[in-house]
Design a protein around this ligand. Structure first.
Ligand code: SF4
Length: 62
């Protein structure tokens, strides 16, 4: 699985990291690091939680 963060949509709620700290990291402005991130085996459910928590729909899972 990959988590793709659309930096243009992210507004820095940090809810993704709060829901799934093992998957999502934030920059120093509180926005999720943009781009594609590999989801470690076993962290798929967390990735889904984090994506669902994003109010901007900025996270896509593939
Ligand atoms: S929850 Fe969404 S808007 Fe907030 S930091 Fe994460 S990706 Fe960005």
């Amino acid at each position: 699985m990959r988590a793709i963060v659309d930096g243009a949509r992210c507004t820095g709620h940090a809810r993704c990291k709060a829901s799934a700290p093992e998957v999502f990291a934030l920059d120093n402005l509180g926005c999720a690091l943009p781009g594609e991130h590999a989801v470690a085996a076993g962290a798929e459910a967390a990735a889904r939680r984090g994506a669902s928590a994003c109010p901007e729909g900025a996270i896509t899972l593939e």
